[in-house]
Design a protein around this ligand. Structure first.
Ligand SMILES: *[C@@H]1O[C@H](CO)[C@@H](O)[C@H](O)[C@H]1NC(C)=O
Ligand SMILES: *[C@@H]1O[C@H](CO)[C@@H](O)[C@H](O)[C@H]1NC(C)=O
Ligand SMILES: *[C@@H]1O[C@H](CO)[C@@H](O)[C@H](O)[C@H]1NC(C)=O
Length: 133
């Protein structure tokens, strides 16, 4: 994690249109890591009562992939197709949700975000742009 550089940048609001989410997550973080390193992305939890939490990745501004899901705050994570080989590890506790990616390579670049389901609504959490050098 030594070479992790965290820079706050601004993400155009129009990018959120692609997900049909009302509201705007205009601020996103950019995280740069060297190929081969591990990185842990964090998502702050707005709700301790969340019923489900998911991680997603957007690649090329057009393709959204589900990475993993978890029911409740401390359920077992379930990984989506292509993300189930142990490279991705989702963890959660009452204060945050994390996604660890071990041994990143170029194909892991993209926009990562989490979503919570609670009270019949999906809420999108922190957005992180991951850049692999
Ligand atoms: C994204 O675009 C690049 C360059 O056009 C391409 O090589 C890559 O396969 C695309 N990735 C996905 C997931 O579509
Ligand atoms: C909750 O998770 C975060 C990120 O995984 C971690 O930094 C923190 O120590 C955890 N807190 C507790 C109480 O386990
Ligand atoms: C990366 O994570 C893997 C699996 O958890 C661990 O075995 C390895 O030591 C970690 N590497 C670094 C550089 O932290």
């Amino acid at each position: 994690m030594r070479s992790l550089i965290v820079v706050t940048t601004f993400l155009l609001c129009s990018r959120s249109n692609l997900l049909s989410v009302s509201g705007c997550f205009c601020e996103s973080k950019t995280v740069e890591v060297q190929s081969g390193e591990n990185v842990t992305l964090l998502c702050s939890a707005f709700s301790k009562n969340r019923q489900q939490t998911d991680w997603f990745r957007v690649v090329n501004s057009s393709k959204v992939s589900c990475i993993s899901s978890m029911f409740g705050v401390d359920g077992d994570p379930s990984y989506c197709d292509g993300f189930d080989g142990g490279k991705f590890e989702m963890n959660s506790n009452s204060s945050s949700v994390s996604l660890k990616i071990s041994g990143v390579d170029e194909s892991d670049s993209g926009l990562y975000f989490c979503g919570f389901y609670r009270n019949r609504h999906t809420v999108i959490g922190d957005v992180t742009q991951l850049i692999i050098k």
